[in-house]
Every structure is written in structure tokens, then in C-alpha cells.
Ligand binder design. Structure first.
Ligand code: 5GP
Length: 120
């Protein structure tokens, strides 16, 4: 798999500070911010700071420190947003996964009953 990263994508621009965001949490390896069009009472996006276009690119190429830092951000976002009754983590990927922004991001959705993952 050839993972090509386009550094003009909207999340790269957010990471460079060119576009504002509503930050929920930040550490050395990840930034978490509110989705601009929330689809649930809690809708936070967690992105790695490195140039990874998808979840599988990140899993394949990110260093151990980057991967641990990202997962620590996931834990912090869950703590901060208080999704104790549960949540859904989604990583839409490429064409079949309908990924709009080609920088890996994990959606954390919660704060309500979300229903089944996919229609049967
Ligand atoms: P995807 O379809 O790639 O998984 O999701 C991209 C998400 O990014 C969408 O939920 C969309 O609302 C969100 N989004 C797109 N542009 C911006 C932006 O400029 N700021 C923020 N905070 N979210 C954005």
C-alpha cells in the first residue's frame, strides 16, 4: 500500500494553526477538537500530529511514541467529555469508508443512544 499524504488537507492546516479549532485536548503527538458539524452531543475528532493519511497508514508507519501518545489522547478525550455511558469511535477510511479529510482522524461520538452501527 502506497500512502500518499497531502499536506494541504484541512486538518494539516488546523495543526499548523492556519485555521482555528475548538481544542478539547492536546499532547506532543495528538490534537483533539470539536467537529465543526457535530452529529451527536459529543463529537470530537482526534488527529495525530504526524503526516498520516489514514488509520492503517498510522498503524503501519507511526512510531511507538506517536501511537502511545495518540491513545493517551483518546483516553483523555473520553475522560474530559464524560462519555461514561459509552461512545462510538469511528475511523472512516478512503473510498469505501467514505473518508472526506485525508489526514487520519478518530471520531468520538457520544452523549446519546447512537443506535446500531450500520443499518441491517
Ligand atoms: P470524515 O468523513 O473524513 O471521516 O470526517 C471529516 C469530519 O471533519 C466531518 O465530520 C466534518 O464535519 C469535519 N470537519 C471538516 N472540516 C472541518 C473543520 O474545518 N473544522 C472542524 N473542526 N471539523 C471539520
Amino acid at each position: 500500500m502506497n500512502f500518499e499524504y497531502d499536506d494541504q488537507n484541512i486538518f494539516a492546516r488546523i495543526l499548523r494553526g492556519e485555521i482555528p479549532n475548538k481544542t478539547v485536548f492536546e499532547n506532543d503527538h495528538a490534537l483533539a477538537f470539536h467537529d465543526i458539524e457535530p452529529q451527536a452531543p459529543v463529537h470530537v475528532l482526534i488527529v495525530p500530529k504526524g503526516p498520516y493519511m489514514s488509520f492503517d497508514h498510522f498503524a503501519d508507519a507511526a512510531s511507538a511514541d506517536e501511537q502511545v501518545g495518540f491513545m493517551q489522547a483518546v483516553a483523555e478525550v473520553c475522560r474530559i467529555t464524560g462519555v461514561t455511558d459509552g461512545f462510538r469511535a469511528i475511523a472512516n477510511t478512503r473510498t469505501h469508508g467514505v473518508q472526506d479529510v485525508p489526514h487520519f482522524h478518530l471520531h468520538i461520538l457520544g452523549g446519546t443512544q447512537l443506535g446500531r452501527m450500520l443499518p441491517k
